[in-house]
Design a protein around this ligand. Structure first.
Ligand SMILES: *[C@@H]1O[C@H](CO)[C@@H](O)[C@H](O)[C@H]1NC(C)=O
Ligand SMILES: *[C@@H]1O[C@H](CO)[C@@H](O)[C@H](O)[C@H]1NC(C)=O
Ligand SMILES: *[C@@H]1O[C@H](CO)[C@@H](O)[C@H](O)[C@H]1NC(C)=O
Ligand SMILES: *[C@@H]1O[C@H](CO)[C@@H](O)[C@H](O)[C@H]1NC(C)=O
Ligand SMILES: *[C@@H]1O[C@H](CO)[C@@H](O)[C@H](O)[C@H]1NC(C)=O
Ligand SMILES: *[C@@H]1O[C@H](CO)[C@@H](O)[C@H](O)[C@H]1NC(C)=O
Ligand SMILES: *[C@@H]1O[C@H](CO)[C@@H](O)[C@H](O)[C@H]1NC(C)=O
Ligand SMILES: *[C@@H]1O[C@H](CO)[C@@H](O)[C@H](O)[C@H]1NC(C)=O
Ligand SMILES: *[C@@H]1O[C@H](CO)[C@@H](O)[C@H](O)[C@H]1NC(C)=O
Length: 391
């Protein structure tokens, strides 16, 4: 088993929290059909969210509602409008890239669980009649669709030549070549199940994804595949994706989260400001930024967990919670690994249970990529994604 995280830094044991001020959430989309990504560029092909995926997202939304919007919960967000959503307290963004509308559709399911229909969503007209919104008071929460060609922030790992070079460097590295050799006999055994997909180890994400999707959606496949094969393909894909989406702190391998950091800083700073209305910021994304976030924050969990740093399950969530303390508000991180995981697990941030907000920002800011222009430079992209204007 690989242990991705060994180093840790310690902070004074300062945290004596007195309530949650707000939260920044990073949530993964739900179950979908097969998703092919070019192993050299991570350019996606189109795929679709399934009804199962929508249910998983709804369950995640309900879980988050129970955590943050129930006054009886220890992590209730003080002052949030829990039943009738107050859109001034919310920011919701979803990655519009990554193979069609899977992520945008996912966030709708999550929001349906987070703010379910309520008869409070009504209006009394001049003639005295009270009208409740459709579907029992369904709530429409505005979602910013983050279009990759207009805003690089949630999908910064495609069309990025320096990232492509990082991928090639990883594929040429000694650990990759060694793992490819370890994997080869297994992949040969797996090949008959792969419907002629390449068993080159560079294709490992797609191999895993094919197996995973077939396991969920193809009864024949499910009955034929030896039970040890799916976990083995998952382990190998975790190695592969960890190598692709991590790096030294300032390296381009962490770009998937580096471009999200600025909005995390802004949201947490706004939540800390008691004159500001913001309480909850939700970013619906793919699995990649999770890997980079855990790498950059040196995240560990007290539950022994070999896959922290691998592909998180569908409908996983990371919560960056801002808590009031005697002094400066503090950031802490919790993680729930998909639908089958019933609860949040606390993760460390830079070796600590919680970190003062200013320290959280100052530790991560040097690696943040703050604008399209900075992304163009970091990627050495001169034409696509809006970079031509800076050239
Ligand atoms: C309309 O909403 C208000 C709260 O905004 C609530 O008190 C009232 O009971 C609702 N009316 C109906 C008919 O549900
Ligand atoms: C009041 O206006 C609404 C909307 O036009 C209508 O549906 C309703 O029947 C009216 N109620 C009465 C009592 O006229
Ligand atoms: C399998 O894939 C190879 C290369 O992609 C292709 O040349 C070949 O025709 C495929 N075979 C079948 C049976 O689809
Ligand atoms: C289901 O799996 C079987 C066995 O691997 C395969 O032959 C079949 O083509 C698959 N069906 C679909 C729709 O992918
Ligand atoms: C982050 O990723 C790099 C490159 O894969 C790795 O060398 C490093 O150990 C990782 N850091 C942590 C804390 O996992
Ligand atoms: C806090 O929020 C208020 C209201 O949005 C704003 O006017 C003020 O500038 C903010 N303070 C800081 C320090 O950003
Ligand atoms: C997530 O859950 C899967 C099983 O669904 C498990 O194999 C994996 O190790 C878990 N990952 C983390 C980081 O907990
Ligand atoms: C982004 O801004 C932070 C300050 O908030 C700075 O430390 C960092 O270097 C900037 N990133 C780039 C790529 O210039
Ligand atoms: C940036 O890309 C151009 C080709 O588009 C290449 O000539 C140049 O060497 C690259 N610069 C760096 C610093 O990688």
């Amino acid at each position: 088993m690989q242990h991705w995280f060994s180093s840790s830094r310690s902070f004074p044991a300062m945290v004596n929290t007195t309530g949650i001020l707000g939260v920044v959430l990073l949530a993964r989309h739900g179950d979908r059909l097969e998703f092919f990504q070019d192993p050299l560029t991570y350019n996606p092909t189109q795929t679709f969210l399934t009804p199962l995926g929508s249910v998983q997202e709804l369950q995640l939304g309900t879980f988050l509602r129970d955590s943050y919007l129930d006054a009886a919960s220890p992590s209730f967000i003080n002052g949030i409008s829990a039943d009738l959503a107050d859109i001034n307290q919310l920011i919701v963004r979803a990655d519009a890239g990554g193979g069609g509308s899977v992520i945008l559709d996912s966030v709708q399911g999550l929001l349906q669980g987070l703010f379910p229909p309520t008869t409070d969503n009504n209006i009394t007209l001049a003639n005295g009649t009270t009208i409740i919104g459709p579907l029992g008071g369904y709530q429409y929460i505005p979602v910013e669709s983050v279009e990759p060609n207009l805003d690089i922030s949630l999908n910064s790992f495609t069309s990025c030549p320096n990232f492509d070079q990082h991928i090639l460097d990883f594929y040429a590295s000694a650990p990759f070549l060694a793992e490819a050799q370890v994997a080869a006999p297994f992949l040969t055994q797996l090949q008959p199940f792969l419907d002629n997909r390449s068993i080159d180890f560079t294709n490992m994400f797609n191999i895993f994804d094919f197996v995973n999707v077939q396991m969920v959606h193809n009864a024949t496949f499910l009955s034929l595949i030896p039970p040890s094969f799916p976990p083995q393909s998952y382990d190998l894909a975790n190695f592969h994706e960890h190598g692709v989406f991590t790096d030294s702190p300032n390296g381009i391998g962490n770009i998937a989260i580096q471009t999200i950091l600025p909005s995390i800083f802004t949201s947490l700073t706004r939540i800390a400001n008691t004159s500001d209305t913001l309480k909850l910021a939700l970013n619906e994304i793919s699995y990649k930024p999770f890997i980079s976030l855990f790498n950059l924050t040196l995240a560990t969990t007290t539950d022994p967990d070999p896959h922290l740093g691998g592909i998180v399950d569908y409908a996983s969530v990371v919560a960056l919670e801002l808590s009031a303390t005697d002094g400066e508000p503090a950031v802490s991180m919790r993680f729930k690994n998909g639908t089958t995981d019933p609860e949040f697990h606390p993760l460390t941030l830079f070796g600590a249970d919680a970190v003062p907000l200013s320290q959280f920002i100052s530790l991560l800011a040097p690696t943040a990529v703050n604008s399209t222009q900075e992304w163009c430079v970091a990627c050495n992209q001169t034409t696509l994604r809006g970079c031509s204007v800076f050239n």
